[in-house]
Design a protein around this ligand. Sequence first.
Ligand code: GLC
Ligand code: MG
Length: 424
Amino acid sequence: MDRLAAPARLMIVSDLDNTMVDHDDPNNLSLLRFDALWESSYRHDSLLVFSTGRSPAMYKELRKEKPLLTPDITIMSVGTEIAYGETMVVDEEWERFLDQKWDRDVVIEETSKFPELLFQSATEQRPHKVSFFIEKRKAEGVIQSLYERLGKQGLDVKIIYSSGTAIDVLPQGAGKGQALAYLLKRFKSDGKTPVNTLVCGDSGNDAELFIVPDVHGVIVSNAQEELLQWYKEIGKNNLKIIHATERCAAGIIEGIGHFKLGPNMSPRDVVDLSTFKLETFNPGHEVVMFYLLYERWRRAELENSKLIIENMKRITYHSGIIVHPSGVECRLHECIDTFAHYYGDRKGSQFQVWVDRVSSSQIGSDTWLVKFDKWEQSDEGPQSCIVTALLHSKPETPEGFALVHAHQTWMDGFAARDKSSCIF
Ligand code: GLC
Ligand code: MG
């Protein structure tokens, strides 16, 4: 919660399935476009919040399948569980609050009287969430009588219908919108209300995100019928909500642009990387651009030009060293020569590189310590290492900096597969 010293410039609160993640796109192109934009222009002063219907277990599964960035805050189980930071510290105060007028056993007992309700898997049954599948045509009637029955038992519940198939029974104070309102209240009491908040969603359990006061909202183009219906009846009058023309993460980028919340040009959309420069030196931007060049070089998606290699040498110290995750040391310039030979070695194959958690600190008047996770996804599977790099600002070069030293370490669970495959 306190990674940033000042109020966030932008807080994005996004649903995952079919909003951040496009399950119809095996190449994850729009997600990777969003990732590059976030790490290059927002990570250093903004907050990323994922708000998913998934339980912690199912959320972890999705993280293994898709190139999701590490969020600052994770809201899971339809706003009933909140966790902070990469270690996911649970908000116990929120869970205590949800105990009010909630009795899980009564919910189970009453819902069992409805044969139309089919229990979802055990992982999706959580302390403050009981979830079912239902046939679309039966949903409305069942929801109505459930409210009556549970009300008679003295419970104050919220029943949410999503994706035409799912029903979640939650405490009245829970839900994605209530969880966000709670976070905003906490930020306000710390004097850190984000300058702008953008909420993003595609289905019924996202509807209440859009009615949290003072937020902008983007409903992605591929939204579910029940959310589009809600938009038609209620949301449309709110000028701070748009129904995007683009799918999933591309719709989120569209929302950033529509509401003018900050840069909305993903580095991945830039054809000639050498033309995309920022006015002020931003380590996140440089790291993203470097690995994009690296990916395109190995995929032969840019010209095989000596200039690129010469330029890389110009922005690295002659005597600089890179320590590979395997522990092998290499002079930066030798490493660049090796890299030159790898032009097109991944041509036509699945090869994607992205960075996560870029952070940097200025440790001297012209020196920066930059740290990030680097991911490479290829036909052989994912590979990931933590990188620490020392940069020196060099105003006389077009890039404005030079790489002095880099050190890489395999991330937990990613042992060396093929030492030569990791070049930078
Ligand atoms: C996610 C959850 C599921 C829930 C649904 C709608 O798919 O896994 O339990 O019913 O979201 O909120
Ligand atoms: Mg969704």
